[in-house]
Design a protein around this ligand. Structure first.
Ligand code: PEP
Length: 234
C-alpha cells in the first residue's frame, strides 16, 4: 500500500531530519511504499526506503519566479516526486485548474511521480453524489489520467484538518467512481489518524492514505504503516 505524509508548513529542517531518520527505522522493516512531503526548506538528499517528495514547485527549470522553486532546486536533492492539486493550494493559494494542469504536464514530462489531489468542498458535498462527481470531474481537466507515474488522492476539502471524515460507505462509493476515471492507485486523505486508519485502509478501492496532521507524530505515522503491513500480510 501507499502511505504518505504531508508535513505542510510544519517542522524545522533539523526536526524533519530526525523525523525522517525515525521513520526510516519503521518503514524499512515493511514492504509499504512510504512517502514524505516536508516543507521546502527541509528538502535534502535523504537515503533510504522512504521517498521524499516536494509539496510544490513551479513548472520551470529555473528563472524569475520569486518565492518559488523549480526543477533545478529539486534535482540538487534528487527529488522526483511532487504533490499537485492539494486543496490548500487550490483554495488558500488560489491555483486554478488551468495552472494545475500546466504544472502536471511539466512534471509529467520530467518523469516525476505525481500525487494528484482532488476533492469537493462542503457545499458540493451537501448537494449530493452526482454534484460531487461533476465537481471532481472538473479537477481532471487537462490531467493525463493514464500517466504511468500517477497516484491520485481523494481528499474531501471539508475533511482536511477538521477531524471530520466521510463514512466508509461514502469513501468506497467515491473511490469506486474515481477508479472508473483512472486505474492509477487511489489514496484517501482527510483526517486520517491512528484510530480510523485501519478501517480506511481496509476499504474497497483504497490503495493507501495521505495523512496531514496525524503524520506529524512519527510514532503515529509508523503505526499507520504497520496497519497497512498487517492488512497486506493477511
Ligand atoms: C492533507 O493535507 O493532505 C491532509 C490529509 O490533512 P489532514 O490529515 O490533516 O486532514
Amino acid at each position: 500500500m501507499i502511505i504518505a505524509a504531508n508535513l505542510k508548513t510544519n517542522l524545522t529542517r533539523k526536526e524533519t531530519k530526525s523525523y525522517i531518520e525515525e521513520l526510516e527505522v519503521c518503514a524499512s522493516k515493511t514492504s509499504q511504499e512510504v512517502f514524505v512531503f516536508p516543507a521546502i526548506t527541509s528538502l535534502d538528499s535523504f537515503e533510504g526506503s522512504v521517498t521524499i517528495g516536494t509539496q510544490n514547485a513551479y513548472p520551470t527549470q529555473n528563472g524569475a519566479y520569486t518565492g518559488e522553486i523549480g526543477l533545478e532546486q529539486l534535482e540538487e536533492f534528487g527529488i522526483k516526486t511532487i504533490l499537485i492539486g492539494h486543496s490548500e493550494r487550490r483554495h488558500v493559494l488560489g491555483e486554478t485548474q488551468e495552472f494545475i494542469a500546466q504544472k502536471f504536464d511539466y512534471f509529467k514530462r520530467q518523469g516525476f511521480k505525481i500525487i494528484y489531489c482532488v476533492g469537493e468542498p462542503k457545499e458540493i458535498r451537501e448537494a449530493g453524489h452526482e454534484k460531487m462527481l461533476e465537481y471532481i470531474s472538473t479537477q481532471y481537466k487537462g490531467i493525463d489520467t493514464e500517466y504511468e507515474n500517477l497516484i491520485i488522492a481523494y481528499e474531501p476539502v471539508w475533511a482536511i484538518g477538521t477531524g471530520l471524515t466521510p463514512t466508509i460507505d461514502d469513501i468506497e462509493k467515491m473511490h469506486t467512481a474515481l477508479k472508473a476515471k483512472s486505474q492509477a492507485p487511489l489514496l484517501y486523505g482527510g483526517s486520517v489518524k491512528v484510530t480510523n486508519a485501519k478501517e480506511v485502509l481496509k476499504s474497497k478501492n483504497v490503495d493507501g492514505i495521505l495523512v496531514g496532521s496525524a503524520a506529524l507524530y512519527v510514532e503515529h505515522f509508523c503505526t499507520m504503516i504497520s496497519y497497512a503491513q498487517e492488512l497486506e500480510s493477511k
